[in-house]
Each structure stands twice: as structure tokens, then as C-alpha cells.
Design a binder for this molecule. Structure first.
Ligand code: G3P
Ligand code: CA
Length: 382
């Protein structure tokens, strides 16, 4: 089974399809992106968002490993820094929501209030812990009300370093016989620059040591900010970069520099052309690709995918999740927020809209929706 992009039949037709067809399909023009074999590829990607965070506490080695075993092409570590400059995998530098730090009496005096990207936060921050100290903490489920099953694993796993994630990637690639990619996001780069813990230098060094700093390495580097990506590109980083795009607000580096541009400006054709100067793709909030109607149902696709493809940018929207609470109103099943709804149907709408990959907390669901989409195209072409 090859998972290249091609136009599919309607969602209704797709859902009626049996999983019978296999074999090669016609490829669309390639993009400058790493594929499963480490080379330029137009493969449709399933990206394990924070690993398989629908099933394990996010950003743990267990979460990443499960994602790879479920068929994810890429695993996605977000990275922040410790006080001694080591990159670790956390969605944010404030760690009370994803570790047991608040229960650790020995770290009670580390509780602090800080301003991060213009917002005041109180809690415990990775930059106030050495790696050795951080390693004594244990990960917990971020969403215990929605993902009660995941709390089974609370307290079992450490906060991994990026180095460890890259080592896991190498081991699983050997074992599974396919190149597992890493899709690394630097979090709060302007903030970390400001406290003397710049993320980009250790990132480049970690990639170099893992022999993943090459044009054909299965790596993307992503950020919601712009200046750090531009600097990486100008500094000659050889792996593709992805500009993340929020549905609201503005990149914090632009805010800090007094630049009035917002994400809404970046998703215009002119904004996308500017992104294409330094990036290989965009990672938009999925609502920028297919917004929801006022009643919460899934609406119609915007021009974003076509506009991005017109300037050779890949489109990898985030974040697809199985639970009702995250789904459009018309794709929910029942009323329990944590029950699964018709997530596959949602994802098929996005594949049909032409996206090149999806970030999902449930990589197994992403693999199924991609397979259905590709098979629908094969059947339509037969
Ligand atoms: O990086 C894609 C997606 O992960 C962006 O959202 O907040 O989950 O990092 P976030
Ligand atoms: Ca991310």
C-alpha cells in the first residue's frame, strides 16, 4: 500500500468502501520533504501528535513508541530547555499539568510566576530545573477527565530528553523496518532566547549527533514563531522547516518586535509566499483548512490548501482527536464528551481537501482514514 496524495471520491463513497484494494497509485508532484525512506516524498503523513497521546501520557517514550507501532510515520516532540541547556520533551515549560511536580515537597520553593509570551503563568518551569532534577519527576495525563484510561500510566514515565527521543526513533526504525521520522517543535523560542537558553543551538547539535542534520533526514522542524525558522534557514539548516499557524493571534516574535502582522496575514497568498522563502510547509490549525459552521458542524474547505500548494508548501493541519469533545457537532456520537465520535469521517474530509498529512493523538485512526482515502482514489481510477 502506497499512501500518496490523489483526489478521492466523496466521503459517503469512501465510508462504504471495503479495505480490499492495494498496489501503487499515481503520484502527485513531489514536495521538498522527507519521506518514510528518508528521501524527498509526496507521501501522505500520519504524525503522532505528542506520540500516541490519546492512549498514553503525552511526550513520554511510551507514547512515542506506541505511535510508531500504530503506524505513525512521524512522532512529534515539542521541546523546551532545562536550566543546564538540555532539550526535553514537554508541550510547555510550565510542567504542573503534565508531571507530578506539584506533589514534590522538595521542589515546592521552585513555584514561580512568570510572563511567557505575554501571559502570566504560575507553576513550575523546566528552566528552573537541572536535567538531573527534572529526571526525578514523573509524567501524568494532561486530560484525566477526557482520558481517564491514560491515568493508569501516571507516575510510570520520566520526561525524556530530545536525545532519548532520537535514540528511540533509531531503534524503532531498525526494528520496524521503516524510517520513523521526528517532527520537532521548538516551544517559546523568543522567551528562551531572552533567558539565555536558546533552543536552536542544542537542537542543531542533537540532530547532528544523531546524524539527522541532512537534507534527506526524516526530520521536520516546526514553530509557531517566524524569526527562529528564518534564522535556521539562513543558518543553513538542512532539514525542512514548517511554519505553524494558529487560527487566532500573532506569532510572538512578531508581537515582541512590534510587527503588526498576525496569523491571518500569514495565511493570505502573499503571506504564504513569504513563508515559502524559508519553509517547506505549513502546520495550520485544522479550522483554517475546514472551519466549523456557527452551529459547530463541519463547514466547507477554505482556499488555504490550494493557496499553499501553489507556492509548493506542504499542509499538515493539527490536531485530530477521536473524542466527541474535540469533534464537529455533526460527527459526535451520543453526548458523553469522552466517548469516541466519527473521527474517521472528519479526517476523510481533510484528506479530500488535499492535505499532505495530519497531526493526530490517535495514530491508528489516522492510518485507517488515510488507507480509506487512498483506496477510494484507487477504486475511482479503476
Ligand atoms: O505542532 C503541531 C501542533 O502540535 C501544534 O499545536 O499546541 O499541540 O503544539 P500544539
Ligand atoms: Ca506541537
Amino acid at each position: 500500500m502506497s499512501f500518496r496524495r490523489r483526489r478521492a471520491a466523496t466521503v459517503a463513497a469512501v465510508i462504504a468502501l471495503p479495505l480490499l484494494l492495494a498496489g501503487p497509485v499515481a503520484a502527485s508532484p513531489p514536495h521538498p520533504a522527507p519521506g518514510q525512506d528518508g528521501g524527498v516524498s509526496d507521501e501522505l503523513l500520519v504524525i503522532g501528535h505528542r506520540g500516541a497521546s490519546g492512549y498514553r501520557p503525552e511526550h513520554t517514550l511510551a507514547s512515542y513508541e506506541l505511535a510508531a507501532r500504530m503506524g505513525a510515520d512521524f512522532i512529534e516532540p515539542d521541546v523546551v530547555s532545562t536550566s543546564d541547556g538540555v532539550l526535553v520533551a514537554r508541550h510547555e515549560n510550565e510542567i504542573s499539568g503534565t508531571t507530578d511536580v506539584a506533589d514534590r515537597a522538595e521542589f515546592a520553593d521552585r513555584r514561580a510566576t512568570k510572563t511567557i509570551d505575554g501571559a502570566q503563568l504560575t507553576g513550575w518551569f523546566t528552566e528552573d530545573f537541572t536535567l538531573e532534577e527534572l529526571r526525578t519527576l514523573r509524567a501524568v495525563e494532561r486530560l484525566p477527565d477526557v482520558r481517564e484510561e491514560n491515568t493508569l500510566y501516571d507516575g510510570l514515565f520520566q520526561v525524556p530528553t530530545l536525545d532519548e527521543v532520537l535514540e528511540l526513533r533509531a531503534r524503532l526504525s531498525r526494528e520496524l523496518g521503516r524510517d520513523i521520522g521526528v517532527y520537532i517543535e521548538t516551544k517559546h523560542p523568543t522567551y528562551f532566547d531572552g533567558i539565555g537558553l536558546s533552543l536552536e543551538e542544542p537542537l542543531r547539535e542533537d540532530l547532528r549527533q544523531a546524524h539527522l542534520d541532512r537534507p534527506r533526514s526524516p526530520v521536520f522542524v516546526q514553530s509557531f514563531e517566524t524569526a527562529n525558522l528564518r534564522e535556521l534557514a539562513e543558518g543553513g539548516i538542512r532539514v525542512p522547516l514548517v511554519q505553524l499557524l494558529s487560527a487566532t493571534g500573532a506569532p510572538y516574535d512578531l508581537v515582541a518586535a512590534g510587527d503588526p502582522r498576525t496569523y491571518a496575514d500569514l495565511v493570505t497568498p502573499a503571506g504564504l509566499a513569504g513563508i515559502a522563502e524559508y519553509a517547506a510547509g505549513i502546520g495550520p490549525d485544522k479550522n483554517l483548512v475546514i472551519p466549523r459552521n456557527p452551529d459547530g458542524t463541519l463547514g466547507e474547505a477554505t482556499a488555504l490548501v490550494d493557496d499553499a500548494h501553489a507556492v509548493d508548501l506542504l499542509v499538515h493541519p493539527y490536531t485530530f482527536r477521536n473524542e466527541n469533545t474535540f469533534l464537529p457537532a455533526d460527527l459526535r456520537e451520543g453526548t458523553a464528551p469522552d466517548d469516541y465520535g466519527r473521527a474517521i469521517e472528519e479526517q476523510l474530509r481533510f484528506w479530500e481537501a488535499g492535505v499532505d498529512g495530519i497531526f493526530t493523538d490517535n495514530p491508528d485512526t489516522g492510518v485507517v482514514s488515510r488507507q480509506l482515502f487512498v483506496e477510494s482514489g484507487e477504486q475511482a481510477a479503476a
